[in-house]
Design a protein around this ligand. Sequence first.
Ligand SMILES: [Zn+2]
Length: 77
Amino acid sequence: MKMGERSFPKTIIDLEKLMRLKTCSACGHPFNLGDPVVLACGAWEGPPRLIHEHEAVYDEITSSYIERKCFEARRGS
Ligand SMILES: [Zn+2]
């Protein structure tokens, strides 16, 4: 693992993650090998989870990803 790089919590589904995660918390669909995913906060309880990159928004303020639905809900209220 390289240290000191600007590390966005962004990764790609490998076999280990595929076995462990199975489905995406944001859309409920199964992951596929090679899917770009990000560690994001969302409407679920508990810590950030890996979801498809296109279902998350990068929030500059908190330097973290947020599930798109959750982000829009927060902004709208
Ligand atoms: Zn998804």
